[in-house]
Every structure is written in structure tokens, then in C-alpha cells.
Design a protein. Structure first.
Length: 201
């Protein structure tokens, strides 16, 4: 009888533990959606594994879509905030804006709105910066990169200046298209953001 009661208590306790987990929302594009990979090997899943291993009670929700732009992420954000009520939002967007040559000022406005809405919903925000290939021109690349720096300062959010640091441009860590990281690069990406993410948890 005593064993039965203990089993019942455990069965009741486990769902409560799961229900208490805070949500970490990743709003990104193909880099976070795991394009070309088994998603179990992607950095987002590796993040969930690390959080669990360290006893941090977070549920990671990956709301990343390949090909998404800052405008697309902004359009999707409202329902995601309502549904998941995240305590932390990791924003990995802008790369596709740059690859399409879209105006950096518009990208900055979209990302600022994403940050503002997330904060208004009670979430802390981590912004993951990107860089473009050199063939886009020094002037455009500078304007693009500065968007992330200026947003981090004006919106007072944590920033990883270049999320693909040590991965982008390294053939062994990239897929054949030269744009998307391979499975071998995913742990480095997680390590790139971890020092900025950890204090927010």
C-alpha cells in the first residue's frame, strides 16, 4: 500500500514539474531550424540538452522557419508570445534580409519591434548577430552589422555579435552550400551564445 501511495505521489509530482518549466522561445531562420540536418543535431536541441543536464528548468520551443526574414518573424511573433508566454526569447533573424539586399533600416525597425513586443510580454531577449559574405560590399555589410550593435545598445539587450564565429567560412563546419552550418559546427554555435545566454536564465 505504501508503495502504491509513493507511486501516486510521483505520478502527480512529475506533471507539476513539467508545468513549472519556463519557456525559452527561439525565433529564427534556417540557421536555427536546422536546414539540411537531422534537427536532433541542431544547436537548438543541443541547448535543450545542456539546460536539462545543468538542472535548469526550461522548455525550449523552436519557432524557426527556413527562409524567414525579420518581417516574417515579426508577423509570427504575436501568436507565439500568446501561446507560449516565454520568459526568454532568442532572436536569430536578419540573415535572409541581408542575403536579399533588403534595407538595413527596415530590418532594424522589424527587429526593434520583435524585441519590444517580447519585452512587453515579460521576456528577456538575446539577439544573435550575423555577418554577410564580402561580395555584398563593404558599405552594405557595415550597415548590416551595425544594426545588431545599435539595437543591443538602444534596446538594452544582450548580443552575440556574430553567431557563426569560428564556423562560417570553415569548410569542415559548413554544408556544401557554404551558407548553412553542418552538424559539426552546431556545438560551437551553442558555445558562442552560451556566455550571453547563461546570465539571462
Amino acid at each position: 500500500m505504501r508503495v502504491w501511495w509513493m507511486g501516486l505521489l510521483v505520478a502527480l509530482w512529475l506533471p507539476l514539474q513539467g508545468a513549472s518549466a519556463a519557456t525559452l522561445l527561439v525565433l529564427g531562420d534556417s540557421i536555427s531550424a536546422g536546414f539540411g540536418l537531422d534537427t536532433r543535431l541542431g544547436w537548438v536541441n543541443l541547448l535543450q540538452q545542456r539546460l536539462t543536464a545543468q538542472g535548469l528548468d526550461y522548455k525550449v520551443v523552436n519557432a524557426s522557419i527556413s527562409g524567414d526574414t525579420s518581417a516574417g518573424g515579426l508577423a509570427r511573433l504575436g501568436p507565439l508570445l500568446s501561446e507560449h508566454k516565454p520568459k526568454l526569447v532568442v532572436v536569430e533573424l536578419g540573415g535572409n534580409d541581408g542575403l536579399r539586399g533588403l534595407p538595413p533600416a527596415q530590418m532594424q525597425q522589424n527587429l526593434a519591434s520583435i524585441i519590444g513586443q517580447s519585452q512587453a510580454g515579460g521576456a528577456r531577449v538575446l539577439l544573435l548577430g550575423m555577418q554577410l559574405p564580402a561580395n555584398y560590399g563593404a558599405r552594405y555589410n557595415q550597415l548590416f552589422t551595425q544594426v545588431y550593435v545599435q539595437l543591443a545598445a538602444s534596446e538594452k539587450v544582450a548580443l552575440v555579435p556574430f553567431f557563426l564565429e569560428g564556423v562560417g567560412g570553415v569548410p569542415l563546419l559548413m554544408q556544401g552550400d557554404g551558407i548553412h552550418p553542418a552538424a559539426a559546427g552546431q556545438p560551437r554555435m551553442l558555445d558562442n551564445l552560451w556566455p550571453q545566454l547563461q546570465p539571462l536564465l
